[in-house]
Design a protein around this ligand. Structure first.
Ligand code: 6PG
Length: 241
């Protein structure tokens, strides 16, 4: 297992470095396999990362995109994680539609999670109980410590069996669909992109609080995944030793 942490003066530089790292991992994967797989997170932080990815000279026709989590909104909603990637990455990079495996969040949340799990099982050819090995999973971290849509205290953080689930996020009054820890832990590479002063406390907790992923979901993977790289800006890293 290896965990690396890189800190940059600005959020843009962190996002650029993260994008470049993802591209290297995808190129590596494509040199040995016919397809590479990338699972993206949403929120605001990755937008500049998407822009760098979109300009890259990568054979996107062989890269399949998935999502780490999604809000229960239709794909054309400005709140949709898919929508942000569509505008900033999929369309500009002309990624073929057949390579885009979005979470069908316009369905009822449970149905969306079930359909998405089936999609993943089909694509990876998984048998019952098997986990997919994404080449790269990109994750963010919320100021409250959530990652993917695993919020502190959620019993789903202990679910290592299933692929995806619907979650009701009380404080947001919103359903979300999220990949579960078994999938996050099975990734070949995990990258975290976390920037901004409001994230400093949550970043500190991941690294300096005792291992308790139920309280600090960012610790899911960080303690038993492989090949994990954190890309931070100075502000998000401000409380680290
Ligand atoms: C989402 C994300 C989520 C995100 C964090 C950070 O749907 O919001 O996938 O897990 O990574 O909430 O979001 P920001 O980048 O907006 O702070």
């Amino acid at each position: 297992m290896s965990i690396h942490r890189h800190t940059y003066p600005t959020a843009r530089e962190a996002a650029e470095a993260c994008a470049k790292f993802i591209l290297l991992r995808l190129e590596d994967a494509l040199s040995g396999e016919s397809n590479a797989t990338l699972a993206l997170s949403g929120g605001e932080t990755p937008r500049p990362m998407f822009e760098v990815l979109a300009k890259a000279d990568l054979d996107w026709s062989r890269v399949h995109l998935f999502w780490v989590d999604e809000r229960a909104v239709p794909p054309n909603s400005p709140a949709s994680n898919y929508h942000a990637a569509e505008e900033n990455l999929i369309r500009p990079a002309r990624i073929p539609r057949r390579n885009v495996h979005r979470i069908p969040a316009e369905l009822r949340p449970e149905a969306a999670a079930a359909r998405y799990s089936d999609d993943i099982r089909d694509f990876f050819g998984l048998s019952e109980g098997e986990m997919p090995h994404f080449d790269v999973i990109h994750r963010g971290l919320g100021a409250d410590g959530h990652t993917a849509s695993l919020f502190p205290g959620d019993p789903l953080i202990e679910d290592r069996e299933r692929i995806a689930a619907a979650v009701y996020v009380e404080k947001l009054g919103q359903f979300r669909i999220t990949l579960l820890p078994g999938v996050l832990m099975a990734a070949r590479h995990t990258v975290f992109l976390v920037t901004g002063a409001d994230k400093a406390q949550a970043v500190r907790a991941v690294f300096h609080e005792p291992y308790d992923p139920k309280q600090h979901p960012g610790q899911v993977v960080s303690h038993h995944g492989r090949n994990i790289v954190w890309f931070l800006d100075d502000q998000a890293a401000a409380l680290l030793d």
